[in-house]
Write a protein that binds this ligand. Structure first.
Ligand code: KIV
Length: 274
């Protein structure tokens, strides 16, 4: 039997089917991708959602924060991902200052992503203060995923990447934010780095699915940054990242062997030449 066959039955994932997965109790698998090949492998093995995250600012572009990422950057990477994907729902992060300033700007920038790339949805960070923008986007046909808790675009306000909403007042506000996003029409909400108990409370209070990252096991789905789970970002070791590979070491080994083979003249052989 060929090992290349995926073990899952391919199915096209939509925002509607993601919402339905909460009803049926099926957990939602989400990983990020920023390029064609990673997106292709994720899609081949049946990932439900591919998030073109603005985390590309950190892991692809090498910035300290996600703030410098532009709408053009997101469109460039999302187009590469889109070319690879047949079944997964593609969600694109809207970068810092592409939607917060005015409804006009939000519509223009989210509209560009939908029109120029052809993805299924966008993701916006923030709570009640962006609910009107979310409502309008959803009304005009742009599905939105919310993002609460540790929202990296607000890092300069928080001053730290520590767990959010450990205090009752912030936890209560997060729950209110989640409800206003749901009322505004989001199809799901990412909960990042919040206490397990709070994530459970929010998940139980909502009809739309929650997708956790550092938010414990009670969320309706889980998301990780793909380079973290592959072990490529080897210095980054928060407890919520489970490593499914150690690719940094593998890459260094391969590069070292290549350099040695070139230096020694062992590569290329006659078989590797024309
Ligand atoms: O940008 C990103 O990759 C994200 C996930 C970590 C949720 O927002």
């Amino acid at each position: 039997m060929s090992t290349a066959q995926p073990e899952h039955k391919p199915r096209v994932v939509t925002t509607r089917s993601v919402m339905n997965m909460k009803k049926t109790g099926e957990r939602i698998s989400v990983l990020t991708a920023y390029d064609f090949l990673v997106a292709r492998y994720l899609d081949q093995v049946g990932i439900d959602i591919i998030l073109v995250g603005d985390s590309l600012g950190n892991v692809v572009q090498g910035h300290e924060t996600t703030l410098p990422v532009t709408v053009d950057d997101m469109i460039y990477h999302a187009k590469a991902v889109k070319r690879a994907v047949k079944n997964a729902l593609i969600v694109v992060d809207m970068p810092f200052m592409s939607y917060q300033n005015s409804l006009d700007e939000a519509v223009r920038n989210c509209g560009r992503v939908m029109k120029e790339v052809g993805v299924g949805a966008v993701k916006l960070e923030g709570g009640a203060f962006i609910a009107d923008i979310v409502r309008h986007l959803v009304e005009i046909g742009i599905p939105v995923m919310g993002h609460l808790g540790l929202t990296p675009q607000a890092i300069n306000k928080f001053g730290t990447y520590e767990v959010r909403a450990t205090e009752k007042s912030e936890a209560d506000r997060l729950l209110r934010d989640a409800k206003s996003l749901q009322d505004a029409g989001v199809f799901s909400i990412v909960l990042e780095k919040i206490p397990t108990k709070l994530a459970k409370r929010v998940t139980e209070a909502l009809d739309v699915p929650t997708i956790g990252i550092g938010a414990g096991p009670h969320c309706n789905g889980q998301v990780l940054v793909v380079y973290d789970m592959l072990g490529l970002t080897e210095e980054f070791k928060p407890r919520f990242v489970r490593r499914y590979g150690e690719l940094a070491g593998e890459m260094r080994k391969a590069f070292t062997r290549y350099i040695k083979d070139v230096k020694s003249g062992d590569f290329p052989t006659t078989k590797e030449s024309y």
